[in-house]
Design a protein around this ligand. Structure first.
Ligand code: PEP
Length: 249
């Protein structure tokens, strides 16, 4: 990808277990600056991690779908996230969709709330289940998730959208999608973006791959023309693994 900058993102999920470990992980990363890197710590650690890495390198794992503040116990609003200086919000992760009921409408509302913030990027996750892949409907599923999540999003905002293609069956399972197979889906995602918007946007939006990326798999994945980076879960918590992933060849 000539026009598109690569990006490596680390999704810490509900890890690590202590603030001290979180700041240590962030500090080790600060010493390893290389390409564009973003980590997504849990909310309670976000302020400390942002102090270490700066807001450009820190993302929020989620955002409230509502355009308000008020009586919504447990929720975190877009302006609260922006107030920390955080510049990226993860939306639609399969764990949110599966365990917490984030359906396509909620995901669409979260995309809207993210893009309503000044200068904040939305990293939108899409991907099929094992069953859907076996049925041969991977591209249909991605197209539906993409179209619904981006419904009503103006073309002018698309420079603040990054897509993360994450086959659900590859997340946390050690099963990496074959690079050529992932490449086909990434190309299909661009075709879908071209249909919703235009060829220019399809060519410029970054599309990351996620699903059990490791030091052993990252180089082959990153050699694919339509794969612009990786979203890493488990391996992002292991400094040596994450550093090797950042230094993909
Ligand atoms: C993820 O959480 O987005 C992810 C891809 O996890 P893992 O790398 O552990 O499969």
């Amino acid at each position: 990808p000539m026009l598109r900058k690569t990006l490596v993102a680390g999704n810490w999920k509900m890890n690590p277990g202590s603030l001290a470990e979180a700041t240590e992980l962030a500090s080790s990363l600060a010493a390893h600056e290389a390409r564009d890197v973003i980590v997504f710590p849990p909310f309670p650690f976000a302020h400390a991690v942002t102090s270490v890495l700066g807001g450009d390198k820190v993302g929020s794992q989620d955002i409230c779908h509502l355009d308000t503040k008020g009586a919504f116990t447990g929720e975190v609003s877009g302006p609260m996230i922006a107030a920390l200086g955080i510049k990226t919000v993860l939306v639609g992760h399969s764990e949110r969709r599966v365990f917490f009921g984030d359906d396509d409408d909620v995901v669409a509302a979260k995309v809207k709330q993210t893009l309503a913030l000044d200068d904040v990027t939305c990293m939108l996750c899409i991907g099929e289940t094992r069953d859907e892949r076996d049925q041969g409907i991977t591209v249909d599923i991605c197209n539906v998730q993409l179209s619904k999540a981006l419904a009503g999003i103006d073309a002018a905002l698309m420079d603040r959208v990054v897509i993360a293609y994450e086959p659900v069956w590859a997340i946390g399972t050690g099963l990496v999608c074959e690079p050529e197979v992932a490449q086909d889906t990434h190309a299909a995602i661009r075709t879908c973006l071209a249909a919703i918007y235009d060829e220019d946007i399809a060519a410029n939006v970054r599309v990351l791959y996620g699903g059990s990326v490791s030091p052993a798999s990252v180089d082959d994945i990153m050699s694919m023309p339509d794969i612009d980076g990786v979203l890493v879960g488990g391996a992002s918590l292991v400094p040596d693994s994450f550093f090797r992933i950042i230094r993909f060849e």
